[in-house]
Design a protein around this ligand. Structure first.
Ligand SMILES: *[C@@H]1O[C@H](CO)[C@@H](O)[C@H](O)[C@H]1NC(C)=O
Length: 269
């Protein structure tokens, strides 16, 4: 990990003002520490990882603090993200004093934000996925955003809380939807097709982040209630990496038991 200057916390605060709905982990990859040519190894090399942690939630109040095998979920997510090698700095962004205090207690850097941010709710996120998303953006100067998908489990095909994605042959996102995309003419999920599930980890170019919050909401974004569609509807490119990840997002209290069971099985603690 490389040391970062104090401006990264400023980066963090404008980053989380209302634009990161649905993200478990967000990464801002900066180009400004950089030298002349865009394609140097240092391109977008100042990388700040941000884990949003909001206390209030319609479905799951106080979610970031729920214990998973004895540690708060936010701590588990933070510990995993901490293992990513591409992050120069990692912060928890929260709207809540209780969360801030606990995070400071286990050694995290914390920034206070408005209430609009979402939740770091992928406690089993692999650090390699974070690194993969960061590197994808660093390797794609024509993209302003990168994110990850994994294969969708057939039983999740009709769940509107699982966001699906389709990509082009260059690995750029074409569209995200709560509906099943693509749609087979049989009207049912095709067991032979690999549908892609969007994972809540994303990386943005910091220059792009300066204009992004000021872009007005777009039609499809509002209809699907998916923040990332604003990027595509405005014509920006988004890189998508495919990863092998058994998604265990915590959306409802019952998910905690499932995760704990899985962690015991895998001897994670
Ligand atoms: C649609 O799904 C069915 C299985 O449900 C599959 O046999 C078929 O090849 C798929 N594609 C088309 C174009 O029907």
């Amino acid at each position: 990990m490389s040391p970062t200057s104090t401006t990264s916390s400023t980066t963090g605060s404008w980053l989380v003002q209302g634009l990161l709905a649905g993200a478990a982990i967000v990464v801002a990859a900066g180009a400004y520490a950089v030298i002349s040519t865009r394609r140097t190894a240092k391109y977008r090399s100042r990388v700040v990882g941000i884990i949003p942690a909001r206390f209030a939630s319609s479905r799951f109040q106080g979610k970031p603090l729920i214990p998973i095998l004895g540690k708060p979920m936010i701590q588990r997510t933070w510990e995993r993200a901490k293992l990513a090698t591409t992050l120069g700095k990692l912060v928890v962004a929260t709207d809540d004093e209780r969360i801030a205090e606990i995070c400071l207690g286990f050694g995290a850097d914390v920034i206070m934000t408005s209430e609009s941010c979402q939740n770091g709710d992928e406690p089993l996120i692999e650090p390699e996925i974070i690194d993969g998303v960061v590197k994808a953006l660093q390797a794609a100067p024509d993209a302003v955003f990168s994110t990850a998908v994994t294969s969708l489990k057939p039983e999740d095909a009709s769940d509107p809380n699982r966001v699906k994605c389709v990509v082009d042959t260059h690995g750029n996102a074409i569209y995200f939807s709560r509906g099943l995309i693509p749609c087979n003419k049989s009207g049912k999920a095709n067991p032979h097709f690999t549908y892609l599930l969007h994972l809540g980890i994303q990386s943005y170019d910091t220059q792009f982040l300066k204009i992004y919050p000021d872009l007005p909401p777009t039609t499809l974004q509002l209809e699907e209630d998916l923040e990332q569609l604003k990027v595509l509807e405005n014509g920006y490119k988004m890189k998508v990496i495919k990863v092998d990840h058994d998604a265990h997002g915590v959306n409802i209290p019952e998910d905690v038991k499932k995760i704990e069971l899985l962690m015991r099985e895998r001897n994670l603690s």
